[in-house]
Write a protein that binds this ligand. Structure first.
Ligand code: GCO
Ligand code: MG
Length: 403
């Protein structure tokens, strides 16, 4: 089953997505998500220049060998660009294997361990009332878990807040990032009042989550976690810059609020200390950004050994292919925790047709062979790439601050 084609599709139906398309000599086509938010064209170039030519002529059935060839065979290994490219190859090959054998990928992973995948939605608002109304609308639609973010009153802008109607928040267009002001003190003072209001008005009958976006020091994170303990959070996410795994030892000493991290990790080694020392409760590595189904499955197995559950990244910058790939893994692993699901803006649905669907707080996968996402290339061509950047943060004195 030789690979005869490997092409990259870059499109912007609502936001930028990069898709790898692999074709075999028998005419089977597999798709993988190669989107890396704000760095889309780097992965596009890495694939086109360094990966696609090496795939031609290889046996598409040998997913493990191709993965090792691309990872171990590279002197400059690891990092988000490389691992997103490898992830796209891996998912496209699983898609091909499923289609060739006529079964959904989760069947190849051992079959379903649950009926559906519990997701959390993104509620946000310009103030507490607006955020709670948004959260209530998720609960009315059957969601059992909601991430809650609101604008910090003392700041002009706060990342992670939807600015208009629809399901997602978008990075600004333009040739350079918007610069926002960050104030940790204002954030730490405000957040408990948001969560207190959420529990007072909406009760304790749903999972409440929050994303800190890597802005705190370990001791600040400990203080935040402790201050939120009465509101029984499902997790606080990305409390500190993720590359400092040992920082979580300090956070753990100060709070029993569960911790989640890992959406920016690329490999199992990025989570080795965190998992091995049980420093987090949920590992958020995502299929597209950490080497695909093959590698993230290994991370999840490693996590299971230490009682750490999964909680994969599923923001709108992960394409429907990446979300679908995550769902196959979520459905099959023993230690599934929760799956983030932000949804996709129109007109993404013109380009990507998915077999997964929402029902009563869950995403359900059908029995379509492979990953279960179709790509309309003519529709993709109607939406050319638009440069977009995530914002950056400065303190009030002008210092750059962490993501
Ligand atoms: C999340 C993420 C997003 C990221 C975005 C970056 O938890 O959904 O933190 O808010 O900022 O996916 O590409
Ligand atoms: Mg996050």
């Amino acid at each position: 089953m030789k690979i005869v084609g490997a092409d990259v599709i870059v499109t912007c139906p609502g936001r930028n997505y990069v898709t790898l398309k692999i074709t075999t000599e028998d005419g089977v086509v597999g798709y993988g998500d190669a989107t890396l938010n704000g760095r889309e064209l780097s992965v596009d170039a890495y694939l086109r220049e360094h990966v696609c030519p090496l795939l031609i002529g290889r046996d598409a059935r040998r997913i493990n060998d191709i993965w090792q060839y691309l990872y171990r065979g590279a002197y400059w290994r690891g990092g988000p660009v490389t691992m997103t490219a490898i992830g796209a190859v891996d998912v496209a090959l699983w898609d091909i294997k499923g289609k060739a054998l006529g079964v959904p990928v989760y069947e190849l992973l051992g079959g379903q361990a649950r009926d559906g995948v519990t997701i959390y939605g993104h509620a946000s608002g310009a103030d507490i009332d607006e955020a709670l109304a948004d959260a209530a609308s998720f609960l009315e639609r059957g969601y059992r878990a909601v991430r809650l973010q609101a604008k910090i009153p003392a700041l002009d802008a706060t990342y992670g807040i939807r600015t208009g109607p629809g399901l997602t928040y978008e990075p600004a267009t333009g040739d350079r990032p918007v610069e926002e002001v960050w104030d940790t003190g204002a954030y730490l003072d405000f957040l408990p009042s948001l969560m207190a209001a959420a529990r007072e008005q909406l009760g304790y009958g749903f999972h409440l989550l929050h994303d800190c976006h890597h802005r705190l020091t370990p001791i600040e994170a400990g203080r935040l976690g402790e201050s939120l303990e009465p509101y029984r959070m499902f997790w606080i996410e990305d409390a500190t810059p993720a590359e400092d795994q040992a920082a979580f030892r300090l956070i753990r000493q100060h709070t029993v609020t569960p911790l989640a991290v890992g959406e920016i990790f690329s490999t199992i080694w990025d989570c080795q200390v965190l998992i091995g020392e049980r420093l987090v409760d949920y590992i958020r590595t995502s299929v597209p950004h950490a080497g695909g189904i093959s590698h993230v499955r290994r991370i999840f197995d490693h996590a299971d050994l230490y009682g750490v559950r999964t909680g994969s990244h599923g923001a709108g910058d992960i394409s429907p292919i990446g979300i679908a790939a995550a769902l196959h893994l979520d459905l099959s692993v023993p230690n599934f925790g929760i799956q983030e699901y932000m949804g996709h803006l129109d007109p993404a649905g013109e380009v990507f047709t998915t077999s997964y669907r929402y029902e009563d707080g869950l995403l359900l996968l059908g029995d379509e062979p492979g990953i279960g996402v179709q790509v309309d290339e003519a529709a993709a061509a109607r939406y050319p790439y638009i440069p977009r950047y995530l914002p950056v943060n400065r303190l009030r004195d002008g210092s750059m601050h962490d993501w």
